[in-house]
Design a protein around this ligand. Structure first.
Ligand code: HEC
Length: 135
């Protein structure tokens, strides 16, 4: 094998080692907390997040209506009854591992609960709360 074929082959192999498989985690609760803390006017506060999570905000549901309080075991969808895996990451290794999924559900769930998107401060507080829940 001469150098001309060897170099592209080597970089291809290197790329295969570096590229994650399709389902690999692309984020974590810590990364998401850093992200929302950076946009919030105050760092996420677990106590505020706990109150926010268990309170209604003008509509029929709180976050806890589907995710339970504390959200450390399987939740149940408030209207369909479908099981929802525990939201607190210490109790569910799949939670907060995909940025697109986190964004999609926060958008949808905040609309259901607050009739608007959650603010950066609200997200930072909720994530600080979820991150504080340990076995
Ligand atoms: C009407 C039911 C319902 C309500 C109310 C609700 N959620 Fe959810 N939530 C879901 C479902 C269903 C999923 C998707 C679960 C899955 O696929 O694992 C989800 C997923 C999430 C996720 C993504 C978790 C992950 O796997 O990374 C976050 C974050 C989240 N919800 C936060 C909230 C917050 C914050 C509130 C309150 C503002 C809230 N949810 C209210 C039903 C609800």
């Amino acid at each position: 094998m001469n150098n001309k074929t060897f170099i592209p082959l080597a970089s291809l192999l290197a790329a295969m080692l570096v590229l994650p498989p399709a389902q690999a985690a692309d984020t974590s609760i810590t990364e998401q907390l850093i992200r929302w803390n950076a946009q919030a006017s105050a760092p996420g506060n677990a106590d505020r997040g706990k109150v926010f999570f268990s309170s209604k905000h003008g509509a029929d549901w709180s976050c806890a209506s589907c995710h339970g309080t504390p959200p450390t075991s399987q939740g149940k969808h408030a209207s369909t009854g479908k099981a929802i895996a525990a939201l607190a990451p210490a109790f569910n290794p799949q939670a907060f591992t995909e940025t697109a999924k986190v964004d999609k559900w926060l958008r949808r769930n905040c609309k259901d609960v607050l009739s608007r998107e959650c603010s950066a401060n609200e997200k930072a507080d909720v994530l600080a709360y979820l991150n504080s829940l340990k076995p």
